[in-house]
Design a protein around this ligand. Structure first.
Ligand SMILES: Nc1nc2c(c(=O)[nH]1)N[C@H]1C(S)=C(S)[C@@H](COP(=O)(O)O)O[C@H]1N2
Ligand SMILES: [Mo]
Length: 432
């Protein structure tokens, strides 16, 4: 680790959490500094709780070090003791209701949804934790996945999530008819105005391509029960989606024949069906470097729905106080781009994973070799790095971007902030 980075990372991070800086000094420096820029861009409507985005390495973020995005007053994860029990936020008290919305809404909903069984607290049939666990043998999902907020341009953390495919949970309702959408939400003080709801089409809930993980109800993170802070005891995990689909403190699912997405998040001008975009993020480094000393720049890259082929950088000599060119300016698009180094997968997964989990059990890993079948893994992240040598004295503008497996360069194919913040990172610095 470069000393210059450590120092700036330390100073910036100390503003947020001195304890964590010390604890994670190994991967620390630059990402902690990055939060200064990335947090500034987050949507004002987001209720942010917790500390600054934590530095992420390529493997598993400790549960308490994820950056937390949570709504509610008080926030459900701050409940303790009896309050936690009556909120049904312990494994023993947890119940999941699956009910049917039978209402019609012409001309869009002409026939009503039905299910053989509705599972509700009032008739004593809601799913309890043991019932959920009993599906484990049939349908266990283990997935290493980064959580990323659509409105915060750095992943919040990456975990090994374990759970049961939503498809198999829905089967507990027996035969169903006319279901086109699934609405779901978690505990929010039983106050409907606080409810943070998300939704999936029936197809998204039950179908998935063989090389893509299914939607699942997670009950373990990094080999341990999911804490209230991370959305436990049971949290929805929608692998391809931004964080708002991965509802915490999950307690209610409603089956409906209304095909419209009514995610709470779409009320804030967000695209509710946007998959995670492949993107590189820059750990904001120093703005001044000493001439003659190699300059190391680094960051995180996340592999979205379209996978990650490579990470590239481009560097331009500029006049001080120049005005920045847009990402689609021909000078940027047709400039010289070179490949960055992307961190290789760990050669040994054993020390990284919980002791009772073998890498070959994890989605996307080869059953025989126990190695990931692609790297970085889809919906996961890796580190990138570049070392710049022999730069003359002067001002520079550094850009970094991903190229996805379709050949699109970040921020394409959808450079729209409200379908995921993935602007091409830019950094200006001086060599003096
Ligand atoms: N019940 C509930 N689930 C929720 C939220 C919430 O406020 N309430 N926030 C969502 C959003 S917008 C994001 S980005 C992720 C953040 O997950 P994390 O706090 O575990 O990092 O949780 C999602 N799930
Ligand atoms: Mo979010």
């Amino acid at each position: 680790m470069d000393n210059a980075y450590f120092e700036i990372g330390y100073i910036m991070a100390a503003k947020f959490s001195r304890r964590r800086v010390l604890k994670h000094s190994v991967f620390m420096s630059a990402t902690a500094a990055a939060c200064d820029s990335v947090c500034g861009q987050q949507d004002a409507a987001e209720a942010i709780d917790g500390t600054s985005p934590q530095p992420q390495d390529r493997c598993l973020t400790p549960a308490e070090d994820f950056y937390t995005v949570a709504r509610g007053n008080p926030k459900p994860h701050l409940l303790t003791g009896n309050e936690l029990v009556s909120a049904r936020m312990t494994r023993e008290s947890w119940r999941l209701e699956i009910t049917v919305d039978e209402s019609l809404d012409e001309p869009i909903v002409k026939q009503n949804a039905t299910a053989e069984k509705q599972l509700s607290i009032s008739n004593g049939t809601a799913i309890d934790f043991d019932t959920l666990l009993s599906l484990e043998r049939k349908s266990s999902v283990k997935l290493i996945k980064a959580i990323q907020c659509l409105n915060i341009p750095t992943p919040l953390g990456q975990g090994l999530w374990e759970g049961i495919a939503l498809r198999d949970v829905l089967k507990l309702c027996g035969k169903t008819k006319n279901i086109r959408r699934i609405y779901y939400w978690g505990f929010h003080n039983n106050d409907p105005t606080q409810r943070f709801q998300s939704s999936l089409s029936y197809t998204q809930a039950v179908d998935h391509a063989p090389n893509d993980p299914p939607v699942f109800l997670a009950y373990k993170l990094n080999g341990k029960p999911i804490s209230p802070l991370r959305g436990g005891p049971v949290r929805m995990i929608v692998p391809w989606a931004y964080g708002f689909k991965s509802i915490k403190w999950l307690q209610n699912i409603v089956l409906s024949n209304d095909p419209r997405a009514n995610d709470t998040y779409s009320n804030q001008n967000n695209d509710p069906d946007s998959p995670i975009k492949t993107a590189a993020y820059l750990n904001k480094p120093n703005i001044k470097f000493e001439h003659g000393v190699p300059i190391s720049l680094s960051g995180i890259a996340i592999s979205g729905l379209s996978d990650l082929k490579k990470v590239q950088f481009s560097i331009r000599r500029v006049e001080p106080n120049f005005s920045q060119l847009d990402y689609d300016h021909p000078e940027i698009q047709n400039g010289r781009w070179e490949d960055c180094e992307v961190s290789a997968p760990p050669s040994n997964w054993k020390p990284i994973l919980p002791t009772d989990i073998s890498s070959s059990d994890i989605f996307g890993f080869d059953k025989t070799s126990g190695k990931p079948m692609q790297w970085p893994m889809r919906y996961g992240m890796a580190n990138w790095k570049v070392i710049l040598k022999k730069l003359d004295r002067g001002s520079y503008e550094f850009r970094v971007r991903t190229i996805d497996r379709n050949g699109f360069a970040q921020p394409d194919p959808r450079p729209l902030a409200k379908s995921g913040r993935n602007a091409m990172p830019v950094h200006q610095f001086q060599v003096v």
